[in-house]
Design a protein around this ligand. Structure first.
Ligand SMILES: [Fe+2]
Ligand SMILES: [Fe+2]
Length: 282
């Protein structure tokens, strides 16, 4: 059902789950494939700092928001804090499996420092764009089981749990941005959000590619072989980046809102599959 706003009956429910505690995660947890593992590990390396930045950016604009949005910001914060907690734990397991993520984390710091040096609205705009990006990645991850094909069950459950909540709170940063820029002329609003989306997309692709190549280097896979296999995985098969293109482009259309695509049915089916795999919360 097409909607131009967050559905009035949407409830954002933080699910306090823990994954893989006390367990060892195989070095190549994604189907024994170093390439897929490198890409997801590179993504996970960004989450603790990245999600803290999202929360900080949105909360700066919470004052004066309508009560419903203020409540959603609170639930969004709780979800992101728990995602960071689980990715810290996952990153520790990746470290125990032999990966050094420090270069990847330093790159995140550099990016975030650049944005933090600008006025707070720049951080909110970057968050709004990255939250759309994350939500469409999450949608694709849950839609096609090939993305996590052969993955360690507990790790796959963690990624699916994270994806569910990213879809559920996908309108929060966007609605906060709409509220913060409500007095801006329409064209200025569009121009800024389009420019920011182009920039964060470029940085996302460049940084995650570099990060994945660094992890592949730690596996002894370098040069054209590393590039070729990584590009194939990301763009061809399973081809996550190619598959999100249409959803990504929808962001630039007039009247865009993340909930124009109501994918709550996907959350329900993913949640039903998730239940038997995950550990109960502690
Ligand atoms: Fe998250
Ligand atoms: Fe998020």
């Amino acid at each position: 059902m097409a909607s131009k706003a967050t559905p009035p009956d949407l409830t954002i429910t933080p699910r306090d789950r823990r994954f893989g505690r006390g367990a060892r995660t195989e070095r190549w947890w994604l189907g024994g494939d170093p390439v897929g593992t490198a890409l997801y590990n590179a993504l996970s390396a960004t989450f603790p700092k990245g999600e803290a930045f999202f929360v900080e950016s949105v909360r700066k604009f919470r004052d004066g928001t309508p009560p419903r949005l203020a409540g959603e910001i609170k639930a969004f914060t709780t979800q992101e804090v728990m995602h960071s907690r689980e990715h810290v734990a996952f990153n520790r397991r990746a470290h125990e499996a032999g990966y050094d993520l420090s270069k990847l984390e330093a790159q995140v710091d550099r990016r975030l420092d650049l944005v933090r040096a600008k006025p707070p609205i720049a951080s909110l705009a970057a968050t709004m764009a990255l939250e759309h990006f994350t939500a469409i990645l999450a949608h694709e991850l849950l839609s096609d089981p090939r993305h996590l094909g052969g993955a360690d069950a507990e790790t796959a459950a963690m990624w699916r749990w994270h994806a569910i909540e990213e879809i559920e709170h996908k309108g929060v940063a966007y609605d906060t941005w709409l509220h913060a820029t409500k007095d801006w002329p329409r064209f200025k609003r569009w121009k800024v959000k389009a420019k920011v989306m182009m920039l964060v997309t470029r940085n996302f692709i460049v940084d995650r590619t570099r990060g994945s190549l660094e992890l592949l280097r730690q596996d002894g896979i370098v040069g054209p072989r590393a590039w070729g296999r990584l590009l194939w995985f990301a763009w061809v098969r399973p081809g996550m980046l190619r598959k999100i293109f249409t959803a990504w482009a929808s962001f630039f259309m007039p009247g865009f809102h993340p909930w124009k695509h109501d994918d709550r049915a996907l959350i329900d089916s993913a949640e039903a599959q998730l239940r038997p795999q995950a550990e109960p919360c502690v």
